[in-house]
Design a protein around this ligand. Structure first.
Ligand code: FES
Length: 144
């Protein structure tokens, strides 16, 4: 009996009415659901729209001080590679194959996704989504 009361208190009203033989078309949604969805969207990895500025001289980005250095900055979902003294290229780290964002490696001209070993050129005309990046000294500004 207590289980039935608990069910009736916690179940979506349309479901309760349907179990009683009263059909009703209504989504079982509340405003709280939309807040949860917004939170999920912000965690799902879409790149921020505002420009991002990184100081390459800080320890976390030191790999980008050397030509050929690269890193997968998972907090911002971007792959970065130092192409030359004057250029750092920045890509969305979402694999074009199935969308995984981890297990990247770099061989000096291509990124390889370790999930199925597909490789992608480090050019902005390839399959990886390329973002505009400008480098002034050790300050890198990325525009999404
Ligand atoms: S998900 Fe990257 S190669 Fe398949």
């Amino acid at each position: 009996m207590n289980q039935r009361r608990t069910f009736l208190k916690t179940a979506c009203k349309p479901i309760v009415l349907a179990t009683l033989g009263i059909p009703l078309i209504q989504a079982c949604s509340t405003e709280d659901d939309s807040l949860e969805n917004a939170d999920i969207d912000s965690l799902s990895g879409s790149a921020p729209n505002e420009p991002l500025t990184l100081d390459l001289s800080s320890g976390s980005f030191a790999a980008l001080l050397e030509v050929g250095g690269w890193l997968n900055y998972t907090a911002k979902n971007i792959l970065l590679v130092r192409i030359s003294e004057a250029e750092v290229r920045v890509f969305d780290n979402k694999c074009p194959h199935q969308g995984n964002r981890d297990k990247w490696s770099y061989n000096g001209s291509k990124f390889t996704c370790g999930h199925h070993n597909n490789s992608y050129a480090d050019t902005c005309s390839g399959s990886l989504t390329c973002y505009k990046a400008s480098l002034e000294g050790t300050i890198l500004t990325i525009t999404f």
